[in-house]
Design a protein around this ligand. Structure first.
Ligand SMILES: [Zn+2]
Length: 201
C-alpha cells in the first residue's frame, strides 16, 4: 500500500478521533451545548462538515455505546410488552369469550368495576358457574335456560327490566366500552347480575 494512502488513513483516523472527542465533550456538557437536527444538503456549511465526519465514522469508526435516554427505554419496553401480550392473547385457548369483547390487548382500556370483570370472565353468582364447582345441582336458572352472565344481562325474563341490547359479534368491543363509560348502562349491568343472584339464593 503506498505511503500516501497510509497517511490519508492516518489523517482520517485523527479526524475521527477529534470528532468523537467533540461528541463526548458535547455529551458531558449537555447543559451548555446541544445537538440539533437540520435539513441535509442545502449548503449548510457546518452540516456538510458534520456529514463528512459522519461518513468517516461509518467507514473508520469504532463501535461506541452510549446510554439510551429513559424515554427510549420506556417506549421500547412498552412496545415489547404489548407485542408479547398480543402474541399470547391471540394464541391462548382460554378466555375466548373475553376475546370477543377485547380482541386485542391495549393499555387504554381499564375498568375497576368488579361487575364488568364478572361479566367478562363469567366468574360470579351465575348458576352455571356455581354448578361447575358442584355448588349447585344444575346449571339451569329458574326460567329453564343456562344461567350464565350472557343470559342474565341480555335475555333472562327475570332480569327483563335491566336488559342491555345484545351486540353483534363485530360490535362487542364498542359495546363493552360503552358499558364501561356510560353510568346508566353500567348500572343496568349491575342490576341484572344482582337480581339474578338474589332470586338464585
Ligand atoms: Zn333466565
Amino acid at each position: 500500500m503506498p505511503s500516501s494512502s497510509l497517511d490519508y488513513d492516518s489523517k482520517l483516523r485523527d479526524l475521527l478521533l477529534i470528532a468523537l472527542t467533540i461528541r463526548e465533550k458535547l455529551t458531558t456538557y449537555s447543559d451548555f451545548y446541544s445537538l440539533h437536527w437540520v435539513r441535509a444538503h442545502i449548503g449548510d456549511y457546518c452540516n456538510e462538515i458534520a456529514d463528512f465526519f459522519a461518513k468517516l465514522a461509518i467507514t473508520y469508526g469504532e463501535k461506541k455505546n452510549f446510554p439510551a435516554p429513559q424515554s427510549h427505554i420506556v417506549m421500547t419496553l412498552k412496545n415489547k410488552l404489548l407485542s408479547d401480550w398480543e402474541v399470547w392473547w391471540s394464541t391462548c385457548n382460554n378466555g375466548i369469550w373475553v376475546q370477543l369483547y377485547i380482541p386485542r390487548p391495549n393499555l387504554s382500556f381499564y375498568t375497576n368495576s368488579s361487575f364488568i370483570t364478572r361479566f367478562l370472565n363469567g366468574h360470579g353468582p351465575f348458576i352455571s358457574y356455581l354448578n361447575r364447582f358442584n355448588l349447585k345441582s344444575t346449571n339451569l336458572y329458574l326460567c329453564g335456560s343456562v344461567g350464565d352472565a350472557d343470559h342474565y344481562v341480555f335475555s333472562c325474563p327475570f332480569t327483563r327490566d335491566f336488559h342491555l341490547k345484545c351486540p353483534v359479534v363485530k360490535a362487542k368491543p364498542i359495546w363493552l366500552r360503552s358499558v364501561c363509560e356510560n353510568p346508566y348502562l353500567h348500572s343496568k349491568l349491575i342490576s341484572s347480575i344482582l337480581t339474578a343472584r338474589k332470586i338464585n339464593q
